[in-house]
Design a protein around this ligand. Sequence first.
Ligand code: CU
Length: 184
Amino acid sequence: MNRRNLTALACGAALVLAACGSDGSDPAVTAAPADVIVIAGPWARTSPLMATAGAVYMTVTSATNDALIGAAVDASIARTAEIHETRMVEDGSMTGDTAMTGDTAMTGDTAMTGDTAAPVMEMVPVASLTLPAGTPVALEPGGYHIMLLDLPTALELGQTFTVTLRFENAGTREVTVTVADEAP
Ligand SMILES: [Cu+2]
């Protein structure tokens, strides 16, 4: 192996695009975009609160700074897929200006508890989920997730389906997810 190949390997192994390939002239660095996004443990479940909603979870690691900006599934699985964040809010007054009221509400069992100030779970759509280079970002119950809305039929245990993820820089990736009771 000659010195030139060694140099390319060193850059490629570190995936330091800014340092090695910012001029785009090194094919050893700019190639292989399929390796930039790594997805671990994808799974899905029907919402415990609503049979017409579900959620998809996984851990996403991008080798470069990127962002998850969208998701889609076949219409036979769900009519809409959105990136959501679940968070705790102190105020129990889930009034009209919150995002998840109406036919997509996931709040029926947790929010409408009268006028107590107990923390409640609230979900909000997010336009973009930041993926810092090399940092695993978890989509998990109680946190970020891909929300499936308007399911024609409830998800069944063991069922698999494809989720298409859209990234700001890396383009799209298809992920096969399995319906389960809990994280794999
Ligand atoms: Cu959600």
